[in-house]
Design a protein around this ligand. Structure first.
Ligand code: CP
Ligand code: NVA
Length: 307
């Protein structure tokens, strides 16, 4: 792995390797040498808001002995029309690794094409690979393996779903997506999922009845109905609510030890009830913690190749 735009580019072995490294960081395993990262610099270019991803990357880099520099869009000449490629070439002269949160993957690709350093997608309209990796870590910690797990995503077909879906299928899970038909995954997501399915024994179903789909689930996942940059917000909410809100009634159909996941930020009372997100089966704070360990693993692994 030289850069990270989408989980679709990773092999199952690479995903598991990242989880293994992140868990070593979590255990404070001193056998990992962090010398390569000492005094190196990470630039964080964020064109959308962030609480967890920004903070966990900054703290990860600091704890590894490096520095990070946060750059919102308005801090950069991009806001005055400077080209992505000129920004990429400039940053390559100064820093050692870049994480970008933006709208289109084409901008991240342009950055990669004009950089001599590793580039990480810290969320785009279609992908959130860092979140998927740390969420897979959480599932493995709770359930040991994804093989034959029943994972049910209830909600919008968004960036968080895409990479979590690709990772789950690559690792052998049976995945159900439950959403209003109009908000089903797009052609590109289905195409990638089908390619993954050709190579292993996972399954994928897309339906619109949450009560049915969730029966015997091991993992129930959702995300906000409205993502950053979404349009037609009221229309979208109307299509989802109240049917696709993850409630105790829905969770009661899943296995007793099913876990509830949400990458956060959440809107209690919209995509999930307060009882579920703050209940005993919820693992949201473990997800938050694992972002820190996974971001260390990402910085460390990409640094080994490039720096
Ligand atoms: N889960 C996640 O990416 O959160 P932030 O938007 O706060 O970074
Ligand atoms: N789907 C959400 C995830 C936020 C972390 C968004 O893109 O806004």
């Amino acid at each position: 792995m030289k850069n990270l735009i989408s989980i679709s580019e990773l092999q199952d072995k690479e995903i598991l390797q990242m989880v293994k490294i992140a868990r070593k960081f979590k255990k404070n395993d001193k056998s990992i040498s962090v010398n390569k990262v000492k005094n190196k610099s990470l630039a964080l270019i964020f064109q959308k808001p962030s609480t967890r991803t920004r903070l966990s990357f900054e703290i990860a880099m600091r704890e590894l002995g490096g520095n990070s520099i946060f750059l919102s869009e308005s801090d950069l000449q991009i806001s005055r029309g400077e080209l992505m490629k000129d920004t990429a070439k400039t940053l390559s002269e100064y820093v050692d690794i870049v994480a970008i949160r933006t709208y289109n993957n084409s901008d991240i690709q342009e950055f990669i094409d004009n950089s001599s350093i590793p580039i990480i997608n810290a969320l785009s309209n279609t992908n959130h690979p860092c979140q998927a990796l740390s969420d897979i870590q959480t599932v493995i910690e709770k359930k040991k393996s994804l093989r034959n797990l029943k994972i049910v995503w209830i909600g919008d077909s968004n960036n968080v779903l895409n990479d979590f879906l690709f990772a789950s299928l690559k690792l052998g899970a049976n995945f159900s997506i439950v959403c209003p038909k109009k908000y089903s995954p797009n052609k590109e997501t289905i195409k990638i999922a089908k390619e993954i399915l050709k190579e292993n024994k996972s399954t994928l179903s897309i339906t619109s009845d949450p009560m049915k789909a969730v029966i015997d689930a091991d993992v129930v996942v959702t995300d906000k109905i409205i993502s950053m940059g979404d349009k037609n917000k009221e229309l979208k909410k109307k299509a989802f609510l109240p049917k696709y809100r993850v409630t105790e009634k829905i969770m009661s159909k899943a296995k007793d030890d099913a876990i509830f996941m949400h990458c956060l930020p959440a809107v209690r009372g919209e995509e999930v009830s307060e009882q579920v997100i703050d209940g005993n089966n919820s693992v949201i704070w473990q997800q938050v913690e694992n972002k820190l360990h996974m971001h260390k693993a990402l910085i460390w692994s990409l640094s080994l190749i490039h720096i």
